[in-house]
Design a protein around this ligand. Sequence first.
Ligand SMILES: [Zn+2]
Length: 139
Amino acid sequence: MLIYNILYSMIMNKCSRCHQGDVFVSKNPYNLSMIFKLHKTCSHCHLEYEREPSFFYGAMYVSYAISSGWFIIWYALQSFYLNWDTFNFALFVMVFIILVSPLTLRWSRLIWLNFFYGYKKEYEQQKNHLSPQDHSKSA
Ligand SMILES: [Zn+2]
């Protein structure tokens, strides 16, 4: 259930690997002063979210795909139901994409994180909160 795991992490703002710890500090994507604030590591499985400097630059491609998706949805509605004139439609889509951009930013980063760290049940169930490195040291 890869899609379900990505959707859960994306909508609930949860760590892609364990689905327990929060990724963004603020639960509200429209809290604009906190929009870029991520926890450094997962509070549950200690996954380091930004694994290298500028790791989330790649999320721009996801963001582009999401914005294109919004446009395609509105374009289909425009073509079949709305039939607004082109200027009003372009203005509407522009305003809509600006209004959903905090959500798009959050979703794109969470999807990007999911590309690299998929959900693993063993991390969710881990009780002692040790990172995999700690496990290998103790073994
Ligand atoms: Zn985690």
